[in-house]
Design a protein around this ligand. Sequence first.
Ligand code: DPP
Ligand code: ZN
Length: 874
Amino acid sequence: PQPIQLKDYTPPSFLIDKVDLTFDLEEDHTRVTSRLVLHRNPAHPDARAALQLDGRELELESVKLDGELLDSNRYELDAESLSIAAMPDNAILEIVTVIHPETNTSLNGLYRSGANFYSQCEAEGFRKITYYLDRPDVMARFSTTIVADKQKWPVLLSNGNKVGEGTLDRNRHWVKWVDPFKKPAYLFALVAGKLSLLADRYTTTSGREVALEIWVEPADLDKCAHAMSSVKKSMQWDEQRYGLEYDLDTYMIVAVGDFNMGAMENKGLNIFNTKYVLARADTATDVDFDGIEAVIAHEYFHNWTGNRVTCRDWFQLSLKEGLTVFRDQEFSADMGSAEVCRIDAVRTLRTHQFAEDAGPMAHPIRPESYIEINNFYTVTVYEKGAEVVRMYQTLLGRDGFRKGMDLYFKRHDGQAVTCDDFRAAMADANDYDLGQFARWYSQAGTPVLRVRGQYDAAAQTYTLEVSQSCPATPGQAEKQPFHIPLTLGLVGPDGADLPLQLAGEAEAVAGSRVLSVKEASQTFHFINVAVEPVPSLLRNFSAPVKLDFPYSRPQLVHLLAHDSDAFCRWEAGQTLMLQDLQGLIDAARSGGELALKDDFVAAMRRVLADESLDPALVALMLTLPAETYLADQQDEIDPDAIRAGREAMKLGLARALRSEFKAAYTRMLDSGTYQYEATAVARRSLKNIALAYLSELDESGLMELAERQFAEANNMTDAQAALACLVNWPEGDAALASFASKWADEALVMDKWFTLQASSRRLGVVAKIKALMQHPAFALTNPNKVRSLIGTFVHNNLAGFHAIDGSGYEFAADTLLAVDKLNPQVAARLAGSFNRWKKLEPVRRAHMRAALERVAAHAGLSRDVYEIVSKNLL
Ligand code: DPP
Ligand code: ZN
């Protein structure tokens, strides 16, 4: 397969004004009739260019041009396209194709899940439905008529407004939908089947009445209330924060258990993975409730950032995704604890995106080439993209950012645009030079910000020397300096922020300020600094960089205790923790003693005992970095040493802080009914991390604590947390069995059952994973199941997956080849488990290379898997 390059972008030769689709749904095939009204695009360089429509896996029945049936010599057909050379400037094309949703296991295009039909068209699924200009810069008005058996498929949904329905012969019925907004084909959606409805209403600020509809399998109707309330909160928030209202009469959400992504923002008809819709106190955890609220918001926000203004081409994906993730993060911050949300976002970024940036798939948030676009729905495009959007707000202020957003919509509503257009709107609305800022879009890799501080007591000055660098990434050896917003404060000996006054400034600023770092090396002189400060750097994580500052341990303890910025307080604790974890990992590797340092233990004791702190923050401060994150800090990865060092820290803290953990657990107990509400969520998070530490101590009383919580919990958060403790011990077997029998019919709960075992240090071994794949609740065709069991094992269970005999790699290779035959997108995600191979110690590295080469040599690999594997072997 050949890569597609950003630099080769050319406008389409034709534009489509209108498309009328008719779907005839049958058990063993679907007939799609498409009527396109086209005109030649004056922006295309060649005024006589052929029309080339995209299409894959289609059976072509007929083509009519302006009413005339075309012989096969009037067009050219290959595996990827239908081309017509002799085209008038204005034309009507009618194309009839037959497709097979009933055998489509890729879950891309039109497919079946159970008896129902669902579609997924982003990025390039529409071409599996009919021949079309399947690119986001072709925006057309769609109508969709669906014809189907009335009993089998009573509910027929598509984008926009329902304009007609009726009955036909053979017990069939039809429904017609019209979407008044122009849209690219990736936002098309169709759903047909037996579904139940939760209905509600929302009135926008300007008085538009919107019907809200959530469609689910009948058995799930009692799990939709949280999703519905999340929709209403999202609608209200977008009106208040950005002045953006919903623009159709109906907003529909459909939940489906077989889905490749989290959810999809199809115009007026969002299709969601059930994981991000269904929640009831006894089936979903606090994390699930959070996730639903965030994903509902995300897809809803796409209606403006994505749908009304869309992407010119798929290289611009971060234009809508980075921006919309930023918007959903800001929404979540307003709904709950902003500090906790920010720390969670940074943890995700560091654990997953920094790893991507350091591996063979590193790419800028606007990639320059791809083989398969589905491989670029990444943490870089999404989460780093959101950080880049956040930096605009940090530099321009919240009001300045809003001005930029307003101008962006004013200029580009109804258009397909680029990341440069967004940056230009921000710059022009604020009269601010964002020229150098453009490098965040073109350069991959995680920059390192090296900072050194010097206090001059006599002159009362504090000098910060700031330099930046960025490691080489594939295809990018040299990097130019970035424009980095560095938010900082200077913390005095009493813990309070000192006034900040740069040399040459007339007055000091209180608290924090944002410095623009633009040079490779730059010096900032603060004056009138009365006492020696501890610098608090990168407050609120003001840029997606790695900070290098030589903090002493007492300085870290000081920041952990006093910093007015919650992120930096947490960060100080994490830095101490990481230093000590590294010491433990090194000791484990060299056979040394695994002991914790006293100052660290004392600092954690103070955190745990401080009842004035938000319990959720305390829980975060006590949360250890993931094994994979620790792996990424090593020059050479020894998974067993990482496991041993990390386990030693858990056990050491549990032993040293046993009574504090017990006290916290008891203090956070809550006997009331479950509520998804910030304070209650925070209390459960601390209670359950205390339980996790206590269960490290192999003491019968403590194991009974977990067993009791498991047996008595009235909600899934507490039940799952207790089970997660138990699975590491033989006591877990009975609990796992009772859990499985209780929840056998709840697919999403069974996903948790698989995940817990795949991540367990006792059960997460290849033989056990293989056995679980035979469980009746497991299915290789279901992405949620593959992700829960196999994804968790290969991505998150470092020591289990990297067994020294290479069995984990053999298993991953076999499984991803099997999945690739069914669903290439899901297989490619599994292939990502090989991305660290070059950094492993030599024995494992050799095993992994062999497994990779075996996959690469396999005939008939999808382009999805081919891209990941070939880039790994470069
Ligand atoms: N469904 C994905 C998302 O919303 C792709 N648009 O991010
Ligand atoms: Zn999105």
